[in-house]
Design a binder for this molecule. Structure first.
Ligand code: FEO
Ligand code: CA
Ligand code: CA
Length: 714
């Protein structure tokens, strides 16, 4: 997501202590703590991860067997995509592509209507995943489930010169309906022909649009509670729409998880704010697009975006409408008529995405999530139910996957992460019996403050504060190596990280948070977030304990940076692999426990980050074969091995590169280009064609393949 719709536009100009001195102090503390661990802690370390056999099989960066088979690209700043020699890049299902086909298709001057947009690809493609219709053809014929994160009003309303009354006055109802329908999720069948050309299957029975108006069931702890009672849903069981769907996830039973991120700003609230409204950023008299200003339709069609209490009680107004948002949402892509569920047990905040951990028969499942705001947290949800292989997806069949989803995702334990300076970490439970370890409520149970699990979920971030979670540099995507269970997560940047303190997390010290609904406006550097005013971002990775779901050990994987900013270049990056603002992430499992870690960036130039990388290249896709943990606190990618990190593709001007997966045979890599300004070029599906003149920009999926039909990346 570009800065245009982010609620993070402040910039900290304080003079920073050079990072090298912060890192030196952190390293010294980590060595000291490791040296005094003693027998108990040493035993704990040996219990992490998989057994010795797999441990030995996992390669270090210097002895890996899987080798990237392309030349790292120099930077590019054009209205085109750049891929390595020998590769093609095809534009696929851009915004406005009809899911029904026929003659009523996209045209450059089309005037978008609510009805057309409701049956066409939405705007601003983001997270996505593939669902095979049968195992044999999974690499050439599958269902694509894809998020439409937000909209570009300039492009949407280009033929009429922009949106009507965008800043004041009443928005026309049909413009609002169109914008609502341009958000959400699409399911579309894709097929490849024998020549390697991909196309959507127009009119396929699986094709579906879910928008910010589609009725959705609430499930889990919040369902049926007073928190979510509205005039439209007086029993608190349903809500209309899923909004600002950013990254995604999937389940082993074949469903798609779409994640609600920057949704608070479409809601308004006048007067005194509740703690959850204050914490998540719901306020003001006009929403991001002024949807609440339109002349109301049936059942509060537009007035529901105004959360100001206006009736005698919550059944008379929409004061609770936004409490139906901020969740992980489960969709069965195989059944276009199936109900959709918001799985509230996984927490309520600005969810970036939701990534499944290692899947082991007879063990609980784990799903990792992150809250993409400055100084917010990393979470995981561990299912109460243990995995049964008999629940695994049966591709292409329509049956009640949501009943399986309810068994795994409606009951379990939500945890938030604390990263300690000695390289270990603890998962802190957010449950009614959890004991608050610090501050004025020290010794009390979370249940005493929030009453029940629904209260904890509605106020997830405040509960996490109380438990002593580590404020992070804006968690974006995660991914998991399915063999080792190693988890990677991007921390994209943080202009509100200060240099007041250098050598500890906030554990047990109680500073920073004084009241419900506040969080950390700024937070001092800590071991896991060691750079003040972190403009380049970094990637962490961690390995869970095999025996204790509350313990892990972690290390920095790579620090974003640029050779032209030497003090900040902790991973020794060069002109052909410098990056900043890591965002998308996917561990591409290839062979014998090795795989490629793909990294996508959301750094930008205009409206983008003020760093050296933004001056030399557009946003990009990088690849690295990551290797085993170092356990010495140094970044796994450093000046000695940085050449193993390679720039694979570069997006068009001002676009973010996001969303990523490959076909099971690894011959086609799918990415999304979000918010380009003058791309894709007209009258061609070649994504590498530089746009001539001006076009109406369209976010789009791009499929990258080798000309010789081989595996991508190697
Ligand atoms: Fe929608 Fe945090 O990216
Ligand atoms: Ca981002
Ligand atoms: Ca993102």
């Amino acid at each position: 997501m570009s800065q245009e719709v982010e609620n993070h536009d402040n910039h900290n100009d304080s003079g920073n202590r050079p990072f090298s001195s912060v890192m030196a102090r952190y390293m010294s503390r980590r060595r000291m703590l490791k040296g005094s661990l003693g027998l108990a802690a040493a035993t704990l370390f040996t219990d992490f991860g998989l057994g010795a056999a797999i441990r030995q099989a996992s390669a270090t960066p210097s002895n890996r067997r899987l080798v990237l088979g392309f030349e790292s690209l120099p930077g590019s700043m054009t209205d085109a995509i750049v891929v390595p020699e020998g590769y093609t890049a095809q534009v696929l299902v851009p915004w406005g592509t009809s899911l029904e086909g026929g003659s009523n298709g996209w045209q450059q001057d089309i005037h978008m209507t609510p009805a057309f947009q409701a049956r066409a690809m939405g705007m601003h493609h983001d997270g996505m995943y593939h669902f095979p219709l049968d195992t044999q053809h999974a690499s050439r014929d599958f269902l694509l489930a894809i998020n439409h994160e937000y909209i570009d009003q300039t492009s949407l309303w280009a033929p009429q010169g922009g949106p009507t009354n965008s800043d004041e006055g009443a928005r026309p109802a049909d413009e609002v309906r169109t914008e609502i329908n341009a958000h959400g999720v699409a399911v579309v069948r894709l097929r490849r022909d024998d020549d390697g050309h991909w196309a959507p299957v127009a009119g396929d029975a699986h094709n579906r649009r879910i928008t910010s108006a589609t009725p959705i069931e609430l499930s889990g702890p919040v369902r049926g509670t007073p928190w979510v009672v509205t005039h439209w849903s007086p029993d608190g069981t349903r809500v209309r729409g899923t909004n600002n769907n950013c990254a995604c996830g999937h389940t082993p039973w074949g469903t798609y998880l779409t994640c609600e991120e920057n949704w608070p700003e479409v809601f308004t609230r006048q007067g005194e704010l509740t703690p959850d409204q204050a914490r998540l950023g719901i306020n003001g008299e006009r929403g991001r697009y002024g949807w609440e200003s339109a002349r109301d339709g049936e059942q509060g069609e537009f007035s529901r975006f105004d959360n100001t209490p206006r009736g005698d009680d919550p059944t008379k107004d929409y004061r609770n409408e936004a409490r139906g948002f901020g969740y992980i949402v489960e969709i069965d892509p195989y059944d276009a008529g199936s109900a959709i569920y918001k799985r509230t047990a996984l927490g309520r905040f600005r969810h970036e995405g939701c990534w499944p951990g290692r899947v082991v028969e007879g063990m609980p499942l784990t799903f990792y999530t992150g809250h993409d705001s400055r100084n917010e947290y990393i979470y995981k949800f561990v299912t109460k139910k243990h995995w049964q292989q008999s629940d695994a997806n049966r591709p292409g069949e329509a049956y009640d996957r949501q009943a399986i989803g309810a068994r795994y995702l409606d009951e379990g334990t939500l945890y938030v992460a604390r990263f300690d300076a000695d390289g270990t970490g603890e998962w802190l439970p957010l449950s009614v019996d959890a004991i608050i370890p610090r501050g004025e409520h020290k010794g009390r149970r979370l249940g005493e403050l929030f009453e029940d699990q629904a209260g904890i979920i509605i106020n997830t971030c405040d509960a996490a504060d109380l438990m002593g979670a580590t404020p992070m540099d804006r968690p974006e995507w995660g991914t998991v190596d399915p063999h080792s269970g190693m988890v990677y997560m991007t921390l994209t940047n943080n202009s509100k990280r200060t240099d007041e303190k250098s050598d500890a997390s906030f554990t047990g010290e109680g500073e920073g948070v004084s009241a419900m609904g506040s969080g950390y406006a700024t937070a001092p550097v800590n071991a896991a977030n060691p750079r003040a005013d972190n403009t380049y971002g970094h990637i962490l990775r961690w390995q869970e304990s095999n025996d204790d779901p509350t313990r892990m050990r972690w290390e920095p994987f790579v620090f974003g940076g640029s050779a032209s900013d030497a003090d900040n270049n902790l991973s020794g990056l060069t002109d052909v692999n410098a990056f900043a603002s890591p965002d998308g992430l996917w561990f591409d499992d290839r062979d014998n426990g090795e795989g490629i870690l793909w990294i996508e960036t959301d750094n930008g130039l205009d409206k983008g980050r003020e760093n050296a990388v933004a001056e030399m290249t557009n946003d990009q896709v990088l690849a690295v074969v990551p290797g085993a943990m170092r356990d010495d606190g140094q970044p796994a990618i450093n000046a000695q091995n940085q050449a193993q990190l390679k720039r694979f593709a570069i997006g068009p001007n001002e676009a973010e590169v996001t969303g990523i997966f490959a076909t099971p045979d690894r011959t086609a890599l799918f990415i999304n280009i979000q918010h380009p300004v003058n791309w894709p070029a007209a009258n061609t599906e070649d994504a590498t064609q530089v746009t001539q003149g001006r076009v109406r920009p369209r976010s789009s999926t791009v499929v990258i393949q080798k000309r010789d039909g081989g595996q991508v990346g190697v």
